[in-house]
Design a protein around this ligand. Structure first.
Ligand SMILES: [Zn+2]
Length: 379
């Protein structure tokens, strides 16, 4: 199985690189415009419609293909979003961002990228990036105004897991429950605090110019995301290390939009914070998934229905008590709600029959849950 990781570093763009990025952004917007006008989203038909119209751009032809392929992705997402909300804004690339899988090389500590047909530009790589990619196959390069990121791959054998780690994410923590009965809690409140501080800074930006405000606030957004990512990396690393040591697979809830996050009732309905939170939920899953896959550990997603409200022993609806604990009126089980959710997620993974099941791990659940689990497996 081929698995992927990436490493990034900052760099100082030369005028040539800035020029290339801007050309790419314009080509991408041309492709998006053509795709919208012709109503096409497939790579093949967009290539037929758009490639010739990009002939005016004096860049290596690799980038034309990359722009077309990036545009198909954007157009597909747009089409999907439009089905849900007909008023969604038409896509347009504002910031330069270039991804290419072709034509680049790393040699003598430098990334070499074609710019025109036979002309290359070079960007020095730092020690960390060089050491990280050493020995792996490079897959793609992504450039933005001040960062470059290299994706690399490895071939691994997928392990047959001896058990699972169930992971439940909450606003302030991530809780894990494992097949061998251990339960752990990783504190994420530092990430939440970071978010609140940056939000205060943002709310004090009262510049009238929308463009400036957008620029400043996206700069803060980036810093904030970096800070939150760091906190999440710490937790995801520890979780995957435990999974690796025990040869356990990973199981998480399938995130179904923002609704589930609302249901948790952890914040006060602020649109921005809601977006930030759903981003950070998805980011933690992304990190855990790629780190696990890199180690050959299987990752499975289970249906979230009822994981936070049903008893992880008998499957009955639980009653909330104080201090985030739940009590089961049917079997009398009293448990922390996050621990209960993690155990439910774990139990659902075991029911998928990936590993030899111990009877204690099997949990009876209401028919509606079994039904939804079945429909998820089908999808
Ligand atoms: Zn119970």
């Amino acid at each position: 199985m081929r698995v992927f990781k990436s490493v990034w570093q900052r760099y100082a763009p030369t005028p040539e690189i800035a020029w290339l990025l801007e050309q790419f952004r314009q080509m991408l917007n041309d492709c998006i415009r053509i795709g919208l006008a012709e109503n096409v989203t497939s790579l093949k038909s967009l290539s037929l419609k758009a490639y010739r119209q990009l002939s005016g751009y004096d860049v290596a032809s690799y980038y034309k293909l990359c722009a077309i392929s990036a545009a198909t992705g954007i157009l597909r997402n747009y089409r999907k979003a439009k089905r849900k909300n007909p008023h969604v804004r038409e896509p347009y690339a504002r910031r330069p961002r270039l991804t290419t899988c072709y034509g680049f090389k790393v040699r003598y500590g430098e990334l070499s990228l074609p710019i025109h047909a036979r002309e290359h530009i070079r960007i020095p790589l730092n020690q960390h990036a060089q050491a990280t990619i050493n020995g792996f196959a490079l897959r793609s390069v992504t450039l933005t105004e001040d960062r470059l990121s290299l994706a690399y791959s490895n071939e691994v054998q997928q392990l047959r897991p001896r058990g699972f780690i169930g992971i439940d994410r909450n606003l302030d923590n991530v809780t894990t429950a494992t097949s061998d009965g251990s339960v752990k809690l990783f504190d994420l409140s530092e990430a939440t605090r970071t978010k609140t501080t940056y939000e205060k800074v943002r709310s004090h930006l009262k510049r009238n110019d929308v463009r400036i405000r957008r620029e400043i606030s996206s700069k803060y957004g980036q810093k904030q995301r970096d800070k939150v990512k760091q906190v999440l990396h710490h937790a995801s690393k520890l979780i995957v290390e435990e999974a690796k040591a025990k040869q356990y697979g990973i199981t998480m809830e399938k995130l179904t939009g923002i609704r589930k996050l609302y249901r948790r009732g952890n914040w006060q309905g602020c649109w921005y914070r809601g977006r930030m939170n759903s981003w950070s939920y998805a980011e933690l899953q992304r990190q855990i998934e790629y780190k696990s896959k890199w180690e050959g550990l299987p990752v499975i997603y289970v249906h979230p229905y009822g994981t936070s409200s049903r008893c992880s022993i008998c499957g009955q609806k639980m009653k909330p008590e104080e201090n985030r604990t739940l009590r089961c009126p049917s079997c009398g089980y009293v448990v922390d709600r996050d621990v209960n959710a993690a155990k439910n997620i774990l139990a659902r993974a075991l029911r998928f029959g990936v590993v030899g099941l111990t009877s204690e791990a099997m949990v009876a659940e209401p028919a509606s849950v079994r039904q939804s689990a079945k429909s998820m497996r089908g999808s």
